[in-house]
Design a protein around this ligand. Sequence first.
Ligand SMILES: NC(=O)c1ccc[n+]([C@@H]2O[C@H](COP(=O)([O-])OP(=O)(O)OC[C@H]3O[C@@H](n4cnc5c(N)ncnc54)[C@H](OP(=O)(O)O)[C@@H]3O)[C@@H](O)[C@H]2O)c1
Length: 247
Amino acid sequence: MGNTIEGKVAFVSGGSRGIGAAIALRLAAEGADVALTFQQNKTHADDIVERIHHTGRRAIAVQADSADPDALVDALTRTVAELGRLDILVNNAAVFQTGLIEQVSPDDFEQMVAVNVRGPFVAAQAAVRHMTTGGRIITIGSNMTERVPFPGFSLYALSKTALIGLTTALGRELGPRAITVNLVNPGPTNTDMNPSDGPMAETINGFTALGHYADPADVAAAVAYLAGPDGRYVTGATLNVDGGFTA
Ligand SMILES: NC(=O)c1ccc[n+]([C@@H]2O[C@H](COP(=O)([O-])OP(=O)(O)OC[C@H]3O[C@@H](n4cnc5c(N)ncnc54)[C@H](OP(=O)(O)O)[C@@H]3O)[C@@H](O)[C@H]2O)c1
């Protein structure tokens, strides 16, 4: 690792735990100052900010529910006000809820789509107002867009599949401004959302080619590649980081 994005400013939604925290730490290790959002857990968010400060980078944590468009836009505005610019948007925050189709309520639908779909759209809309040449928009989807091995995932898979359309269309639209737009689709990754010692973990391990869960750092490494100079010719793309789950 080494300072490939020195002087850049990154915004990571849901950067207080799990994959988002690993992304925030990795981008800071690569030289970026980082703003991260959280929904409820300020203690975890402050911990990640402190760890970034120890690396010599600037960092702020902002409470912003991704279901609330105004809160997201305010968080991005505050990022530019406090850290001076915005170069990298990582749409990571998402909610995960399972249920057979007869069990999904209209409120469940609204909440999932508000956080997982409208959130990335609104954040991208706000971010491009601040980004200049070389900007990066990276969204965290899910490999459930390609393979769903259990019942009960229709709403989650629907929400993540919408991000493919957002990525390809926005990649086309922002190409002339030299802003790249990409989607990273993790497979099973050891976080609070999907612990590698959970009740279905052994079965899920068997769905992968590599036979085990990812560490959040594995997903962060893909994000760092897309965020850095080596990723400059990749846009509108979806990158699976799923241990061969969809192979
Ligand atoms: N883990 C997996 O196996 C897996 C697989 C495929 C895709 N993914 C995707 O990877 C991303 C990260 O997942 P994860 O496993 O790291 O999740 P996680 O462990 O549940 O962490 C979620 C993070 O997002 C924040 N968050 C949750 N709801 C939010 C909201 N409404 N507004 C703002 N922030 C919110 C949380 O903040 P608080 O701490 O305040 O709650 C936390 O920082 C998600 O997009 C998820 O769909 C995960």
